[in-house]
Design a protein around this ligand. Structure first.
Ligand SMILES: Nc1ncnc2c1ncn2[C@@H]1O[C@H](COP(=O)(O)OP(=O)(O)O)[C@@H](O)[C@H]1O
Ligand SMILES: [Mg+2]
Length: 333
């Protein structure tokens, strides 16, 4: 089962700024400019623009995606002219706290890789340790292989990948799954991209103990926590897609809400924003039920107001005390 390690490709976490892939006006498209033609026919500009529009912040992440897109595009052109270098290795690690957009970006990445012809189908199969590792001897290999079969032609996203490695248990079957993964990551790298995701410190430890895995990951991408302003923009974007809005006072109250929520345990960046909006929608609906006439009005049906947010327990209880002992209630802010 052992596969020889390939030499380390040096990873450059801080790639120097490269210029964006430009939007090239139709008038400049000519056979004299094959890059422009390839760019236009790939449809990649639109996918990248969509990524910019639909994801707030994440500037370094977006830049890395543009770099990868540029590499694949140039590779395609090179191949057309007979220059070959073999498929570049695109296995990645997305590290960051919960709710920083790792799963969302992985989905976009799958679509981009497909658009650029790197993978055949462009679907994403998201798994955790339990999907790969069996409980009994002989169960792990078929389980892992089945998942790999499903993911072939797309992206295999392994969330909290470090749980595959349990050094405290010598006979842990996770090691078997890792070895199968390593082999497929090497042999099928032109048709399967593996993205490992999880907390940064735990991923770093995992790579330190698994140099074979570390050497196969070409791109390490960090997902930073969002600031209050970014979280507020994420809320606006989510509201817009759900056809709701905050009125002015609600906008102010929500910013205050975020500042408080960020200090609390179990804060999960954009996911906490989504959960807060879901609860605000519930309160908004109950408020309207109490005044049925208001439901005839589009503005009331679509506007979340300050009281819908102020009813959150985060405003009625203060300091750390509210979550001190009872973690379950903390998830209900
Ligand atoms: N930068 C962003 N802009 C807009 N929405 C975001 C952003 N990052 C995350 N989200 C949203 O927040 C939620 C959680 O994101 P997710 O990708 O599941 O995070 P993670 O996988 O890192 O835990 C999703 O609904 C996602 O669409
Ligand atoms: Mg996730």
């Amino acid at each position: 089962m052992h596969t020889p390690d390939t030499p380390d490709t040096p990873d450059t976490p801080d790639t120097p700024d490269t210029p964006d892939i430009p939007d090239i006006p139709d008038t400049q498209l000519s056979t004299a400019n094959p890059f422009a033609l390839a760019l236009a026919s790939s449809g990649i500009s639109e996918l990248l623009a969509q990524l910019d529009r639909e994801l707030i912040g994440l500037a370094p992440v977006k830049q890395r995606i543009r770099d990868i897109a540029a590499l694949l595009l140039v590779d395609k052109l090179r191949a057309e002219r007979g220059f070959t270098a073999g498929a570049p290795s695109l296995h990645m690690c997305f590290s960051g706290n919960p709710g920083t957009g790792k799963t969302t970006v992985a989905l976009r990445m799958a679509a981009i890789l497909h658009q650029l012809g790197y993978v055949r189908k462009g679907h994403l199969v998201a798994v955790t340790r339990d999907d790969l590792v069996g409980q009994y001897i002989g169960h792990t290999a078929p389980k892992t292989k089945e998942v790999l079969k499903k993911a072939m032609g797309g992206v295999l996203f392994i969330d909290e990948a470090y749980y595959l490695y349990r050094p405290e248990n010598e006979r842990d079957y996770g090691q078997e799954a890792i070895e199968i993964l390593l082999q497929v990551m090497e042999n099928n790298r032109d048709d399967l991209v593996v993205i490992l995701a999880g907390y940064k410190d735990r991923m770093d430890q995992f790579f330190a103990s698994n140099p074979g895995m570390s050497s196969r990951i070409a791109h390490h991408i960090d997902f930073p926590d969002y600031g209050v302003d970014e979280l507020a923009q994420i809320a606006d974007l989510m509201l817009k897609t759900m056809q709701y809005r905050f009125d002015d006072e609600a906008t102010r109250v929500f910013s205050n809400y975020l500042q408080r929520r960020m200090q609390q345990p179990h804060f999960a960046n954009a996911r906490s924003v989504r959960n807060a909006l879901d609860r605000a929608r519930l309160r908004h609906a109950s408020r309207l039920m109490q005044d049925p006439l208001s439901m005839a009005d589009d503005a009331s049906l679509t506007t979340i107001t300050a009281p819908d947010l102020l009813a959150s327990r985060i405003f009625s209880e203060t300091g750390q005390g509210m979550c001190g002992k009872d973690n379950i209630s903390c998830q209900q802010h």
